[in-house]
Design a protein around this ligand. Sequence first.
Ligand code: SF4
Length: 335
Amino acid sequence: MVFVPQLAFVERKALEYELGQHLLNKIRQHNIPIEIYERRLPSVDPNLTARERFFHFKRTLVVGIWRRREFQTCKPSAHYQLPLVSGCPGLCQYCYLHTNLANRPYVKVYVNTDDIFDRAQKYITARKEETVFEASATSDPIAVEKWTGSLRRAIKFTTEVPNTRLRFVTKFADVDTLLGLDHQGKTEVRFSINAHWAMQRFEQGVPPVRKRLEAAACIQKEGYRVGILIAPIFMFPDWQREYDSLIQDVAKTMPTAPLTFELITHRFTMRAKAVINDVFPESELPLAEDERQLKYGQFGYTKLVYRREQMKELESFFQDRIKTLLPKAEILYFV
Ligand code: SF4
């Protein structure tokens, strides 16, 4: 399931970089219409509805320059975000990107990766202890890896710089470009999966969970650290049986792997709810505010999470099932 955009915006300055030229050639080979822009992206047709605008952007690739001075922090997953890509061509209704990329959900890849790695090096030097970078805080980087090769570069970077590790998570299964690399065990690839109930209703434009688990087993055989993200966890009528079956599938696929688990319950912001209502008006996502409790997020916005008692019930269920079915696995966090 390789992303093939229907339109590409390429920043003129990006063409001064090898990756920018490489992408321009690749886009041309695919006969994808290209617009070269200066620093500001061209505006889209103002007559498009919010839904049309969303799908238009989701099919658009932007090739640009990373210009921020600092990386954002990334708790609890890592110390810092590694900004190689932002956005994702997937169409998951519950996507966490609805909050931050609501007005511009295009996939943007940054071509000045040397500048990004130089900046990463400065953080590593300043911290003087192991520094972990998360490459998927605002994207699913595997979705565009066949275009950019930026994750391969990041994996190589970690092998050349002491005291650093890389992590990223994906719902895609196109991991063949990561095979055969000398990663030295410093990269952790996590696969995001969910119960059949959620996958069927809310995940579009991404491969089925079965394919993601096959990719996870393949990556594990390559010696990478492998993790499983169950996210977002929902409470639905048959949730215990379905999540139990999901964890059993993980155990069957990777019975002996030293796995980590990250468990993230469903949450939403009011901004995301507005986007979902505009873009997926028929969605069955549980978005009733009066059934949730408020939680303050690390970037200043509030989100609505399951109530305390429900959180306790979910946490104890997942702790129990993972410990029973995969006794060697480590649960990194439940939120
Ligand atoms: Fe969002 Fe992840 Fe789905 Fe992409 S794969 S749309 S980042 S939830």
